[in-house]
Structures are given as C-alpha cells and as structure tokens.
Design a protein around this ligand. Sequence first.
Ligand code: UD1
Length: 422
Amino acid sequence: MDYYIIKGGKKLKGEVKISGAKNAALPIIVASLLTDGETELHNVPNLKDILTIIKVIEYLGAETEFNTEKNILKIKINKIKKSEIPYDLVKTMRASVYVMGPMLARLGFADVSLPGGCAIGERPIDIHLAGFESLGAEIGIERGYVIAKAKKLKGTHFIMRNVSVGATINIMMAAVMAEGETILENCAMEPDVVDLANFLIKMGAHIEGAGSERIVIHGVKKLNPVSYAIMPDRIEAGTYLLAGAISRGEIKIFNCVSEHLAAVCSALEEIGFRIEQGKDWVHILPGKIYRGIYIKTLPYPGFPTDLQAPMMALMATLPGISVVNETIFENRFTHVGELRRMGALIETEGNMAIIHGVKRLLAAPVMMSDLRAGASLVLAALAAKGITEIRRIYHADRGYEKLSEKLSSLGADIKREKGGVY
Ligand code: UD1
C-alpha cells in the first residue's frame, strides 16, 4: 500500500486549481439513473469514491466512459436492470444509499444494504427512510437490507427532524417524479444540494428553494438526459487555504466559488491571515500576529465539519488556546491521537477539543483513519520539523485529486511511495 513521505518546513507558494466537488458529483452521477439516454458530466474529479459510485450504477445497468484526463464522465442508461445493491458495494461508501431515491422513483422498488457505522460515527439513514415513507413508500428491514416499495410516489409535506445533507438529496431525488407537490422543510442548504437541484432542473425537474430551508418540488412524468458541469469542491479548496496557512505561505486557489468558503475565510482572518478574493479565486497571505480561535462546526453556511480536522492541525501551531466544538458527528476526533504523536497538545472532552498551540510540530510515523483526518495529518506534516511518514493514504485518495502533485507544485516536499508492510 502507498504511503507519503513529507519533509516539513517549506513555505507553500503558488497557484492551485480546485477540482470538481466530490459530494456534488456523487449524487449527480446517481441522479443520471432518473432518465434513459446519455448524460455527460464535466469537471468530475478522478477519485476513489467516484470510481466506487460508477461501479454501483454499472451494477444497476449503466454503461460508463470516464475520461480521467479531461474529467468527463459519460453515462448511458437503457434500462435499470437490478433493484438490489449488495452490502459489498455499500460498505465501501455510504453514499451508495443515494441510489434508493432514483430507484424508488423509477422502479417503485429498492433493496439496498444498510450502510452501518463508520469511522466518524453511527451515521443512521432514518431520515432518508422517513422521507420515503412520507412519499408513500413502504419500508421494511430484512437481513440487514432496507426494502422500499411504492406503486407510485405521491407528493407530501415532510419536515426533517435533523438537518441532513444525504437525506435532503435522497428525498429530493425520489420526489422529482412523484405525483403532485412535495414540500421539504428543515433542508440542508449545502451547495452540493443546490448543484444537484440545478442538474435536476436542467433535466426538466421543477424544484424551487434549493439552498434554503424549504424546497418545493412539483413532480414531472419524465426527465431528459443532459450535459452538466459539476461545481468546484469547497472542502478541497478550504484544505489548500489551510495548507497555505499552516506553512505560513502564500497560496492562490482558483476555479473555486469564494462564496462557498466564507466561513473558513473569516476564521482564517480572525486568526490573523490576510485574505484577498474574487468570485472564483481566493488568495491567502501571511499576517503579522496570529491568535487561537473558537470553532463550532455547523450545517452550511456554518463552519464545515469536513474542515474541522484540517483546521485543528493549524490550531496546533497557533499561539495560545483554540477550541473546537464538533456538533455534526459524535466521533470525529480520530486525528487527535495522531496529531498528539506529532507533538500537538490537545485535550478532548466529549465533542469539545482544547488545543494549546506549540512552537513547532514534530515529524512522526502516523496513520490516516478517515479522509479528512488524513488531510489534517498531511497539513501537520507540511509544518512539522523533520520527515513524516503517513500510512493508509487510501483514505485521502477517496477525496483529494492529485494531492501530492498539487502540493508539490506549491513547493511542498512530498513523495508518494509504493509498498511497505503494515
Ligand atoms: C455529508 C457529506 C459529509 C459531511 C456531512 C455533513 C457526502 C457524501 N458526505 O454526509 O462529507 O461531513 O454531509 O456536512 O456528501 N443523520 C441522522 N439520520 C439520517 C441522516 C443523518 O441522524 O438519516 C445525522 C448524522 O448522523 C449526522 C447529521 O445527521 O450527525 C448530519 O449528517 P448528514 O448531513 O446526513 O451527513 P451525510 O449526508 O452522511
């Protein structure tokens, strides 16, 4: 298995292009199941998670062609051939449960393995299922599979008990071809939801309010295949801004949507970095004095939970005390033990972490435990004294396209090595 060797201490400098958004691409690829014909998607990032979801739709009968150099994915659907998604496909990636919405809409039946827990918490899908029930589906659980049936989905008024990105997306996909009007309340307002809605609207769906707490959908009988470009990845963008910050360098990210980065940019400014920005670029520059801050993760437009771990690596290098309050997932501190191995001073109590900044992090052999925890270790290694070896980097391959190439182009001393026993 591959690993990274990173020699810390280089100030990163230069420009980096942001790839397409993984969390928007995943549901958009799945939503292509809502129509027959050929869908063409641009700006699709070449990531492990994307290859997994492609496998899932191929399993259901799609023919695909992914040009990974040009980031163009062509999806051809003649017929959905299966109505079951086995555990082996769901266990590698939770977002596989997104197929339930389109399968219910088109086939009136879905038999999908329950995803189970994951490294960052229990992560149930009860809200997805309650939404389908509200649309008229019958839901049963047998041998670890959810079996959903509906002769015809019917418009409904559904209030989500908790803001959930996945549930908003899945229920929206089911409702676009339901009979009549569906009103969804307490929806996630993440840009990924809006990107999916824009894709569905281009296909002929009637959706209003995506990006707000209330989404109104008027069901249509048929959707048409279209060509669509996926929006830029705000989490990848935020990670590069944090890489600039932790190295005290100067990085300009482009091909991003700066509006999506408001929470992370204001946190960086509060710490003391300088931010300049246009509509589709952000430039981070060193400041004069830095200070610790308090971060509370929240649904969009609040500070994203997916940047909590990378932000904590930066906090470990700031003067004074910083505090993290993780409110989205109950077990999202698996990076803390590894950061401590690199000399970080972090105490945790429940969902709170208190970080005492140190003058310099120190290299150590460390291991990624999930995607964003992995990003935090890469950032810590960029700033640490000495040479850090990071194992289990397959986690980072799930969500960062060309990570080592992009960091190298900014002047980082990072090598991806093959092999190793662990
Ligand atoms: C998505 C993102 C993930 C991000 C998260 C929060 C994808 C593929 N993943 O995950 O990167 O960290 O949003 O921004 O887009 N919950 C329930 N019942 C449900 C669904 C969710 O209780 O049916 C809870 C979860 O356990 C969690 C909270 O709601 O505590 C938010 O989860 P949710 O927004 O659904 O996250 P995901 O869609 O899984």
